[in-house]
Design a protein around this ligand. Structure first.
Ligand code: PLP
Length: 405
């Protein structure tokens, strides 16, 4: 497909909206992406034509819904190049996937074991491990970061040893946009026999991970960051690991046989999908993956890199503006502050001018502590943003700075 941003923008009804009397300029894509009509149509079609509970009904609607849901799993399997469809577990999102793995490891870890996380993590990737350490007596180690917002791999080497059981790193930092060298991180972890979970929430909108090539043990993401609905995501796990982990929640769908003496668990993936799942969400997740692939990840990367470069140059012309996260290997996220204007004040004024972006600590307080700042303003771009929008944003930012200085 030829990449035509004006044509693509037609797919997103929300982009035609006005906010506070101004055309919406949506630059909060790292928090959630917008939904194209193609995905909205799939959701409407599901509830209009074949809404039913799955895997248990003999009737036609139930079978249609089951087929569509399992088809979506296969789409997602193919997208991530997993070896088997049952290595894809539907979750409610990244946070759920991480908790599922953390909970499973509670029965595998003992006192003295070590878990490594990175200084660039989202809160959802810190708290579950702290809870796991409290439960098991394992200790948490942290790979430090440098001023550019990159992980210091030599320090990682020093943390690894035969007690390391798990390593958890995000593929791309949501606060700074840094792309982490996960291939190296995974290989080094495996050399001491540790398992690796990668948080792909921020990577999946921009690139197409190949879980077999990465040789990663677990990989998680959320559909709402790749043009799908909220409340659905996936956990990829290598078959051997998913077999080893105990179920996360008990309930319907996840059992093979139940008696009061003993319950045996269902096979993968159902062992981890207790209760009625988000059927419509799963199907729409599949549609979102189709949509992104139709645009093409090479096109997406090339176009977004152009936006990143353009916005970076424009922003750096503003006096007193400082960008946090200056790695040469980053995606289309720009975190910044201007002099000592509070990010919240800038965000509020920009909203009045129709510009949606994020201010605050971005669920990554340790990064803000590292830079000794309360937070940043974060503009994050998707393939449907334009250079014209960046111009509008930069002009509005200059105006806001004048009003606040
Ligand atoms: C958004 C995000 C999460 C959390 O995703 P949820 O959909 O809220 O569960 C975790 N990690 C990173 C890097 C994120 O960007």
């Amino acid at each position: 497909m030829v990449f035509n941003v004006e044509r693509i923008r037609e797919d997103f009804p929300i982009l035609k909206r006005q906010v506070n009397g101004k055309p919406l300029v949506y630059l909060d894509n790292a928090a959630t992406s917008q939904t194209p009509q193609q995905v909205i149509d799939v959701i409407v079609d599901y509830y209009s034509n074949y809404n039913a509970n799955i895997h248990r009904g003999v009737h036609s609607l139930s079978q249609e819904a089951t087929d569509a849901y399992e088809q979506a799993r296969i789409k997602i399997q193919n997208h991530f190049n997993a070896q088997h469809p049952y290595e894809i577990i539907f979750t409610s999102g990244t946070t759920h996937g991480i908790n599922l793995v953390a909970n499973g490891f509670a029965s595998l870890l003992v006192k003295g074991d070590e878990i490594i996380v990175s200084a660039l993590e989202h809160h959802s990737n810190i708290v579950p491990w702290q809870m796991l350490c409290e439960k098991t007596g394992a200790t948490l180690k942290v790979i430090p970061m440098n001023l550019e917002g990159e992980l210091v791999l030599s320090e990682y080497d020093a943390l690894l040893n035969e007690n390391t059981k798990l390593v958890f790193v995000n593929h791309i930092s949501n606060a700074l946009g840094t792309i982490n060298p996960i291939e190296q991180i995974i290989n080094k972890a495996h050399s001491v026999g540790a398992a690796v979970l990668i948080d792909g929430a921020q990577a999946c909108p921009h690139l197409k991970p190949d879980v077999q090539q990465l040789d990663v043990d677990f990989y998680v993401c959320s559909a709402h960051k790749i043009c799908g609905p909220t409340g659905i995501g996936m956990l990829y796990g290598k078959e051997e690991w998913l077999k080893k982990l105990p179920p996360y929640q008990g309930g319907g769908e996840m059992i093979a046989e139940v008696s009061f003496e003993k319950t045996t668990y269902a096979d993968l993936p159902h062992k981890f999908e207790a209760g009625t799942p988000n059927v419509c969400g799963g199907i729409a997740f599949g549609a979102a993956v189709d949509y992104m692939n139709k645009i093409g990840f090479e096109n997406i990367a090339k176009y977004e890199n152009g936006l990143l470069e353009y916005a970076t140059i424009e922003l750096l012309q503003i006096e007193g503006l400082k960008i946090y996260g200056t790695s040469t290997n980053k995606t289309s996220v720009i975190s910044f502050n201007v002099n000592n204007i509070h990010p919240y004040d800038l965000g509020t004024l920009l909203d009045k001018m129709g510009i949606a972006l994020r201010t605050g600590h971005h669920c990554a307080q340790p990064i803000m502590d590292f830079y000794k700042i309360p937070g940043t303003v974060r503009a994050s771009f998707m393939f449907y943003n334009t250079k014209e929008e960046i111009d509008v944003f930069v002009a509005a930012l200059k105006k806001s700075i004048m009003m606040l200085s």
